[in-house]
Design a protein around this ligand. Structure first.
Ligand SMILES: Cc1cc2nc3c(=O)[nH]c(=O)nc-3n(C[C@H](O)[C@H](O)[C@H](O)COP(=O)(O)OP(=O)(O)OC[C@H]3O[C@@H](n4cnc5c(N)ncnc54)[C@H](O)[C@@H]3O)c2cc1C
Length: 407
């Protein structure tokens, strides 16, 4: 019976693909529209000297007891994964209840202060920091922590920062034998290719109860329901025209969800540079070194305030990072550098950023943003996650899993 119900999914990132798979398994007629010429969205394959790397999402995040659609599909596929050797970097940055060796006392004090206070009014984190202390050490540390969320202290929500540092346990795992993009491509290869229309950006959606027209440059196709899984950046900037327009409260909820800009950086060295993973440095929230073939690669995200100045002068800022790595390692790292990749997600068409973060005053914006309209237009994807961690692969897949239960 379900085969007579036609469902359009807009976006073939991990949330759109998982949604399509769940609906196909239940017998619905599904068509996925993807703007780009490949699937995966923010999970993307890169190649460097025959080595496959993840230019986007990579770690498997697990927060407390929250649901985890990603881990359940990995378990189902019997794909081995392990806790990352450099694990708990998020726990270390957020603090959890752990004390971090060498973290300045002022930072410990600030974390305690935030944990102990109730913030009725949700103000930007910078205000909370500077009301507490004018210490530049504290500001640098908090800026660097918030950069990992793609944001800056000037806009990030104090209330959400409190939630973040109070969350009990966060782990991150890694696939042992393949990259995340290889896994995702393999796992979703069961979706019939004819169900995915690549290089087909959706320009407009016209809808009224259980009747939807999905309009692209060349076609107008009819469905009963449409599920939108595009990044929040696209919804904030009205990249898809809805007719009738989406409710005003929904449009204003989109604006309260930020989407960070950022670069994923890979520096390939001929010998080991870092003795261990390091966190909360001035220019990058962390540096993690991995052995890859004969080389050692130092990986990091460049986001937040440093990102803004980075885009203005890439060469100068790359030098800053190399200088910082030289300071940490006590070696002239430039001498060992063989290759580098700076993959700029800000410039990625149809994505234009990294992942979502809470702007001060976010309140229940994610709940409102993810509400369906007329039981006909639905919203999924990492930014729409209201229960497990947003800004993650799992967070994106969980939204599909939960919506799938309603169909
Ligand atoms: C650099 C980086 C590092 C990350 N690291 C991690 C990590 O280690 N672990 C983790 O869990 N998460 C990580 N993330 C986050 C994670 O990758 C994302 O949260 C997740 O992949 C988002 O999936 P999604 O389906 O919600 O959105 P997306 O993957 O963005 O999918 C949306 C799709 O919609 C398409 N689209 C947009 N507009 C249109 C249109 N008009 N018509 C048709 N299609 C359209 C886009 O092309 C895209 O394919 C990282 C992200 C980045 C960028």
């Amino acid at each position: 019976m379900n085969k007579n119900i036609r469902i359009a999914v807009v976006g073939a990132g991990v949330s759109g693909l998982y949604m399509a798979k769940l609906l196909l398994d239940k017998g619905y007629a599904v068509t996925v529209f993807e703007a780009k010429n490949c699937i995966g969205g923010r999970i993307k394959t890169g190649i460097m000297e025959d080595q496959v790397i993840d230019l986007g999402g990579h770690w498997i995040h697990k927060t407390g007891e929250s649901s985890n659609a990603l881990l359940s599909v990995i378990d189902q596929s019997q794909e081995p994964y392990s806790i990352d050797d450099d694990d708990t970097y998020i726990t270390k940055m957020g603090a959890g209840d752990r004390k971090v060796l060498g973290r300045p006392f002022i930072v410990e004090q600030f974390i305690q202060h935030v944990k102990e206070n109730d913030f009725k009014a949700d103000q930007p984190l910078i205000k909370t920091v500077t009301e507490f202390s004018r210490s530049s050490v504290l500001l640098d540390f908090i800026n660097s922590s918030i950069a990992d969320h793609g944001s800056s202290c000037h806009v990030f929500s104090t209330v959400k920062f409190k939630e973040l540092i109070s969350s009990e346990s966060t782990e991150h795992h890694e696939l042992e034998n393949k990259t995340m993009s290889e896994f995702i491509h393999e796992y979703f290869s069961v979706i019939p290719r004819e169900s995915i229309l690549l290089s087909t950006p959706v320009l407009a959606v016209e809808y009224e109860h259980n009747k939807v027209s999905v309009i692209t440059e060349t076609t107008e196709l009819q469905f009963n329901k449409v599920i939108i899984s595009v990044p929040i950046s696209q919804l904030k900037n009205n990249k898809i025209r809805f007719n009738p327009p989406l409710p005003e409260r929904k449009l204003s909820a989109f604006q309260k969800i930020g989407m960070g800009y950022g670069v994923k950086m890979f520096l390939f060295f001929k010998s080991s540079i870092l003795p261990e993973v390091t966190f909360n440095r001035k220019f990058a929230p962390y540096y993690i070194q991995k052995k890859m073939g004969a080389q050692y690669v130092v990986i990091s995200l460049i986001m937040g305030e440093f990102m803004n100045s980075y885009t203005k002068n890439k060469e100068e800022h790359t030098k800053c990072i190399l200088r910082e790595l030289s300071e940490i390692s006590g070696k002239e790292v430039d001498l060992f550098l063989e290759n580098s990749i700076f993959y700029d997600w800000t410039e990625e068409p149809f994505i234009e950023g990294t992942y979502s973060y809470p702007v001060a005053g976010i309140g229940s914006a994610r709940e409102i943003a993810s509400e369906p309209v007329q039981d006909t237009v639905f919203f999924i994807g990492e930014a729409m996650n209201t229960e497990s961690a947003h800004a993650s692969i799992n967070g994106a897949m969980d939204t599909s899993y939960r919506l799938g239960l309603q169909f």
